[in-house]
Design a protein around this ligand. Structure first.
Ligand SMILES: Nc1ncnc2c1ncn2[C@@H]1O[C@H](COP(=O)(O)OP(=O)(O)OP(=O)(O)O)[C@@H](O)[C@H]1O
Length: 295
């Protein structure tokens, strides 16, 4: 028992302390998969580390300023992340600890998912064949905040069907202008006006396609399908990058990957959202920016 002295206990307590902080950071990062939120959390973590370091190094004035900044940042974060924090506290209160460590993406049942994929796929192909312009935002995770849209459009909350998708985009309807927002198996809104991308892109790319690039650049938990009125071509926008033209078989593949049950898994069976955001998308952006610039 000699090895189990005061020093060992202090070491174990320190390890638990560090693990608890890492756990807390993990939960904060998994609150949202919005890029700006993650950048904000990262900024606060940076301030926290700088404050601890300045304290250890005896830099009292810097430490004083950093402490005040941290308090301000924490209050700002509580205000900005109010819906996410409320969800987090609700789950904590319910004792639903498992859902805290599981990504919230794709909780649809297989049957529901299959029919959503079918309906979207059929509608897009039909719209493309008829050269009917269309813009769809499809959520893949946490709900998109209305403040991310320039105009949130008209609320529909209707069950998704290819007939409805087709009807909305007919030029004779009042709702055909703008985008529709799809959440799970519902068309939540139509006539949504999106922020236009500020990325440098070819002059051939018009406002419908730029709008798809704009929203997916701002919000990471979604992708857009665009059907060109001019050419009938299908495009997919993700992470602010436009991929076009997309063949009908590729469209189905993308829908199945994004909305189906397939997900790349780790040993634990799930991928924490911030991994995907910070590693995969940064890599993808670097690779596909070149291809979009070429267009
Ligand atoms: N900011 C926006 N948010 C949502 N929809 C938009 C936005 N800007 C334009 N649109 C849609 O795009 C239509 C205009 O498309 P425009 O011809 O300018 O773009 P495009 O990318 O060349 O598309 P297409 O190939 O279909 O012609 C508008 O009628 C409107 O429905």
């Amino acid at each position: 028992m000699q090895w189990f002295n005061i020093n060992s206990i202090a070491f174990i307590m320190r390890a638990i302390d560090i693990l608890a902080v890492l756990g807390l950071i993990y939960f904060m990062l998994s609150l949202s998969n919005d890029r700006r939120t993650l950048l904000m959390v990262r900024g606060i973590i940076f301030l926290l580390i700088a404050s601890v370091l300045s304290d250890r190094l005896g830099m009292r004035l810097l430490n004083f300023v950093l402490d005040k900044l941290l308090i301000g940042a924490a209050v700002a974060m509580a205000v900005i992340l109010q819906p996410e924090l409320r969800r987090f506290l609700e789950r904590l209160g319910r004792g639903d600890l498992l859902s805290l460590i599981q990504p919230t993406t794709n909780r649809r049942s297989p049957v529901e998912t299959d029919s959503v994929i079918e309906e979207i796929n059929d509608a897009v192909i039909e719209l493309s064949q008829n050269r009917t312009g269309a813009l769809m935002i499809i959520e893949t995770g946490e709900p998109i905040d209305d403040r991310d849209f320039s105009v949130p459009g008209v609320r529909l909350n209707a069950l998704l069907s290819k007939e409805l998708l087709h009807t909305i985009f007919q030029t004779s309807t009042l709702l055909h202008d703008g985008a529709i927002l799809i959440r799970e198996d519902r068309i939540l809104a139509a006539g949504v006006i999106l922020p236009i991308s500020e990325r440098a892109a070819s002059r051939e790319i018009g406002t419908r396609h730029r709008a798809a690039m704009g929203i997916t650049d701002r919000v990471r938990n979604c992708f857009c399908i665009v059907v060109s009125e001019e050419t009938g071509s299908i495009a997919i926008a993700e992470n602010g990058i436009l991929d076009r033209p997309i063949s009908s078989s590729r469209l189905r593949e993308i829908l199945e990957t994004k909305l189906g049950n397939y997900r790349p898994t780790t040993l634990g069976g799930t991928v924490p959202r911030f991994n995907w955001l910070w590693s995969n998308s940064i890599f993808k952006n670097m690779v596909s920016r070149k291809s979009s610039e070429k267009k």
